[in-house]
Design a protein around this ligand. Structure first.
Ligand code: KG4
Ligand code: ZN
Length: 393
């Protein structure tokens, strides 16, 4: 099954084309445009800017993917028979409509069986661009479409190939949906979510713990901002912390709290940690790079300790056989090594995507789309998908 996937839930526009069957997954084409630099001055993602950028990026990325997968065939003349229908679908995305009429009407419908698009959770103005684009392509090329939960995408990302950090080098891998032992527990850590999800089988998810306030990625981003580091802050804090991670003697003692570490539930809280950094920075008369680095390390330690402690507790409580980790923060080196140590100690399988695929991408949306349809015999096209900013499992 050839699946075209579209991801526009946040500040990454991503499109990919995968060939997936029961025991093989192949990335035929993959393209991604990050807007992180543009959002930097706002210290976070600015929804309307994201929406405009998604409209601008969608067509060039699609063309790149079609070229890469050798699916681009140019027609001798433009077929404008569906122009009016597309005008209706893209009424709120005028820039995208213009790009489509200029660049897509003369492309022959490629061999694609399904279009999978992220329908939520995420920023609704951003999600709508991907959804409307999927609807327009579905109409133009007569291909069924389905909406996918972005968080299921992060879970499904562990089925992706793990050979090298370059996404473009990712080519093929056997997909065997039974390679994960169930029940499994999934730790999802991103800019918008921090959740522990019980995975009884593909498609059977139950949230057993979550953050009461900020997501861990959000806390990384906010703490970074307080420390004067650019957005997105996760990689920045991590890079700073890594510079002193193996150093023995420290001259400054920095201590931050471990919020909700010992509560009986499987929930988290990260906003107090960010506030603690804020007060700490406010009370330091003269900030130096050395202090900043120590704060970054202590902040990362606090986040990772809490995540590991609660995850371990949930693994034992629910007697799961595997741990699946996903979301942007799972790119964090310190978290990854601590997860591996914990998994080795307990003796369960750890499934974690390649670093480059931990953050948002379209490949994971194609796989989640496949998981959504693979048990059913036929695909039922969902033409009336709506953006669901707060979509839950
Ligand atoms: O999954 P993702 O790409 O987008 C959302 O769905 O939110 O996650 C983005 C988040 C950001 O908050 C970013 O700071 C964080 O992931 N992140 C990291 C690292 N790389 C990305 N946090 C800590 N360490 C990292 N290396
Ligand atoms: Zn994400």
């Amino acid at each position: 099954m050839r699946i075209l996937s579209i991801e526009t839930s946040c500040d990454e526009t991503a499109i990919s084309l995968l060939s997936i069957s029961k025991n093989k997954i192949e990335v035929l084409g993959d393209a991604l445009a990050s807007q992180a630099k543009l959002h930097e001055e706002y210290g976070g993602v600015f929804p309307n800017l994201a929406r405009r950028e998604h409209q601008k990026n969608s067509i060039p990325l699609l063309i790149k993917v079609l070229k890469e997968s050798k699916s681009l065939k140019v027609l001798k003349s433009k077929d404008e028979s569906k122009l009016n229908k597309l005008k209706e679908i893209l009424v709120r995305e005028p820039e995208l409509l213009e790009h489509m009429t200029n660049h897509i009407f003369n492309i022959k419908a490629p061999k694609i069986d399904l279009i999978a698009v992220t329908k939520g959770p995420g920023l609704e103005p951003a999600l709508w661009v991907g959804i409307s684009f999927a609807k327009a392509l579905s109409e133009l090329w007569g291909i069924p479409m389905i909406g996918v939960n972005h968080m299921e995408g992060h879970i499904a990302s562990i089925l992706l190939p793990q050979n090298g950090s370059q996404k473009s080098k990712v080519k093929s891998k056997k997909l065997n949906a039974t390679q994960v032992l169930f029940p499994a527990l999934s730790l999802l850590v991103s800019g918008g979510h921090t959740e522990l999800v019980l995975v009884k089988d593909w498609g059977k998810y139950k949230v057993v713990g979550q953050t009461k306030d900020d997501a861990v990625g959000e806390a990384f981003d906010k703490a970074a901002r307080i420390l004067g580091l650019p957005y997105p802050g996760g990689p920045q804090i991590s890079a700073l912390a890594e510079t002193i991670r193996n150093k023995e003697n420290k001259s400054i003692e920095i201590k931050l709290p471990r919020p909700m570490m010992h509560t009986k539930d499987f929930d988290f809280s990260f906003s107090g940690l960010k506030t603690a950094v804020l007060y700490m920075v406010r009370d330091i008369p003269e900030m130096t790079n050395e202090i900043k680095t120590e704060i970054a390390k202590e902040f990362e330690d606090a986040c990772v300790e809490v995540l590991i402690h609660k995850t371990k507790k949930a693994i034992e409580h629910f007697k799961v056989k595997a741990l699946i980790v996903g979301g942007g923060v799972s790119a964090n080196k310190h978290l990854r090594s601590n997860l591996q140590t914990m998994a080795n100690e307990i003796g369960i399988d750890l499934h974690i995507p390649d670093k480059a695929l931990s953050t948002d991408n379209a490949i994971m949306i194609a796989i989640a789309g496949y998981l959504n349809v693979y048990k059913k015999k036929k695909i039922v096209s969902q033409k009336n998908i709506r953006a669901e900013g707060h979509l839950r499992f």
